[in-house]
Each structure stands twice: as C-alpha cells, then as structure tokens.
Design a protein around this ligand. Sequence first.
Ligand code: BES
Ligand code: MN
Ligand code: ZN
Length: 502
Amino acid sequence: MKIAFANPVIAKSGTVCVGVTSGAKMTEAAKSLDKIIKGAIARTIKVGRFEGKKGQSVTLPAPAGCNLEAVILIGLGEPKKLDALSLQDLGGKIYASISKSGSTAVSICVDAVRGCKLSASDMAAEMAFGARLRSYRFDKYITKKAAELKPTLKTLTFHVADAAKSRKAFGPRDKVADGVFMTRDLVSEPANILYPETLAKEARTLSKLGIKVEVLGEAQLKKLGMGALLGVAQGSVRTPRVVVMRWNGGPAKSAKSKDGPIAFIGKGVTFDTGGISIKPSGGMEDMKWDMGGSGVVIGLMKALAGRKAKVDVVGIVGLVENMPDGNAQRPGDIVTSMSGQTIEVLNTDAEGRLVLCDVLHYCNTKYKPRMMIDLATLTGAIMIALGGERAGLFSNDDKLAKAIYRAGEDVAEHVWRMPLGSVYDKMINSDAADMKNISGGRGAGSITAAQFLQRFVGDTPWAHLDIAGVTWSKKDAPTVPKGGTAFGVRLLDRLVADEYEI
Ligand code: BES
Ligand code: MN
Ligand code: ZN
C-alpha cells in the first residue's frame, strides 16, 4: 500500500472518508462533500443516528451526483481527546475497514479540528502511521488465498492543508514502521527457516543503512569464553551466533570522551524446545518466537538508522537454538560464563538467561555503554503476572525505569515495574556453583530470572524487559494485527528520541 499526502481537495473518484465530531458536527471537508452529494451526509446523520462518536462509522455506497465509489463518515469523538495515539488508532481502524472493501484508492480528508491540540498536518501524519502499522501482513507462505481475503487497497491519500508538512512529519514515523515490520517478519518466520545463521544473515542486511554489522561465529564465542551461551547451543546442529550492530549517529567525540554508546541486547532463541528439560508438546510451536527480543533489537536498529537518529547505539543479539540431542546440556551441568562466574544449570529450559548473561557481560566490558536495556521472552511467569497487556520492567536505575515507563505510555506499549532485591537474589545461590539458573521454588519466577541477569551488568544503568506476554498477540488491535507485535520497537525508539538524542 502506498501512502500519499495531497492538497485539500475532495477526490472525484474512489472512496472518500470525512470526519464528524461529537454532537454530529461536520468537519469542513464533510460540509463540502455534503454539497457535492446533495445533502446525503446530513440526511445520514439525521436518519442513522450518527452522532460522530469516536469509533462510529457509516458507509454511503455510490452516492448520486458524483463518480465516487463510496463515502465513509468517520466519528472523531470529542476534539480535545484527539491525541497522537487516538489518531493512530483511528488510522488503523480505517485501514482495517477499507483495505478489503474492493476500493483500490481511498482518500481521507483531514481538517484542523477546533479543540484538538494537533495541527491538521500532524493529525494526518499520525493517522497515516496508524494505517501503515495496521497494514502489516505475513502471508508469504499462503499460496492459495481466496480473492475476498486479499487487500484491494493500493493507495491511501491524505488530503490536508499543508501536505508537505504532513509528509515531512510522516517520514520518521514511516522509518519506525519499517523497523516494526522487520521485527514482525522475523518473529513470524518458522524455525526451520529462521535459525541462528539465517537470522544473522537478516541482521547483516542492515549494513546498507550504514549500520556496522559484525557476526561472531562459534569459534569466536569459544575464544571469548561464552560458556553459558554455548552450553545452550550445544544440543542443536544449528551453531550459535552473536551479532553486533553499531549505529554511530551521535556527534563526533573527543578521544577522551567517556560517553559510551547506549546498548540494546536481545534474546534470540530461534526455537526453544526446553532442551533435555523438554517442554510439553501442546503449544510448543509458539517457541518459534522465542527470538522476539533479538527481533526487536534488530528492528529497532533499522528504525534508528532509517530515521538517522543522532545517537551512538550498539545492538547485540545472542542467537541459539535450544534442542535436546545427544550432545545437549544436562540438568546439573555446571558452565563457566564469560564473566568467570559459574552456573549450575538445573533446568535446561531456563536458557534465555544463560544466553543473555554472556551477551550482557560482553556488551558491558567491550563497549562500556552508558546504559543497557535487554529484551527477552524470558519467563512464562510474567504472563501470569501481567497478561498480554504490559511487559515486565526490571531495573537497577530509577531514572532509567521512569523514562522507559513514560515512553511506553506515550506509544501505548505499556510496561510495569517489578521489584529486584537481595531477598530474591539469594534464591539463586547454588551449593555447587556461584549460582543456579532457577530458584527451584514456585514463586517469583520472573524476578529471579531478572536477578540472574543483574549479576552480569556490574554498575552500569540497566533495564530488563520481559516481553514473553506481549510479543505475540492472538487478536487484532487498531495498529497491531494479530501475530508478532514488535512490542518494544516503538517504545525504545521513543526513549532514544526523548532521552538520548542531542
Ligand atoms: N521462552 C521461555 C518463556 C516463555 C514461555 C516465553 C511462554 C513465551 C511464552 C523460557 O525460556 C522458559 O522456558 N522459561 C521457563 C523458566 C523456568 C524453567 C524457570 C518458564 O517460564 O517456564
Ligand atoms: Mn525455555
Ligand atoms: Zn526460552
């Protein structure tokens, strides 16, 4: 689908959408269109009890007196409640209702609405962003699709007073959507197609955006001493990879500058069978998206480079497949992490922390970042605590935690802070090694997982997002079709823009 911005004229063909605010107040475009179609809008409002409530919409098919296919009245609700998020949702909902309607060209007329804080050009840009986000599909493996299920919409045009300004505002949002789409693609691919080697190859494609991509293979990981990560990988014929992506968009630094990059780290378990502590077969297919954290980091790098973010960023993903073959790690094995700390692996299904601990340590010691944020589909327990509505946030730094929380609220990727503390930390002390990879108790599973990670971040400001509950969705939302959500890309893009760009 192409998104275009054009002057505020009423289109003469295709389908036209116009807004009506609460109390059935027509926008200027609605009034002009109503004249062309001889009062049909006014009549519809009257007869159809169309009050312009938010979310209300009504379609007038093939109105007389013009060549239009249809006119759609969109309820905008209370003008003062029209903010960026509600306009994105509106754009997404409009997309969903028209994309398969048969129309190939749809125009949306956007006027300044009295009482709404956004200018018409910003309103159009937000609606366009929402429509684009909703337009994502992953149907490459469907070879026989019924015609009526295929989108017909080719061009969505926003008619707005300052089209150039709208286009400019949409530019960076469009790049963020590119990153979101890449993440959704990666998360949706099955594990026979996407495994450490092929996922690393996908990450390499970012080099055309000016990102420096370095792929560490098994031999290098051994040399670095990443015994925890390698222990997880050893049960699979697919060898592990660690991918380092660097985007240097920040100002040139003096040689003495101590300002390190900001860092994002992702869990990339391309399939999690559980290993020898094998998972039940029901629902195991979901574990193709156990690389969701790495998918977010890769999509985020794409978004940041795409919109040329003025910041130095390093993104590192640890890619392994957790399988139970004859060479697989056993419960009770003791591995030595890159940090030198030893780990008793009591459950091979608590593998994400084993991958992340080496990547976090590598990132911290090699790149000396100003802060690190990791993302991982780490625990089923976070789904019990927060459901699919919020990700779990853990941090050793209040300021960072607050900034992440706020960014999440701003983009509607919600997080909730969970506690850390020595009482939880103690639960992973082991009699046989420096720590064990599960507490062994029934409670606080997401917290003890986070405590485990914290043992590898030193004093660096750090946050961990447990995204197990929010990475995949079973139902459509206005800007997120069901499937891979890419939760985290927009949140972290916003965090970077608000807190770290100059
Ligand atoms: N990848 C899973 C967590 C997960 C579960 C993500 C469901 C998404 C949906 C993780 O590796 C795991 O298996 N965690 C175990 C930890 C346990 C063994 C301590 C869990 O949550 O059951
Ligand atoms: Mn697991
Ligand atoms: Zn896992």
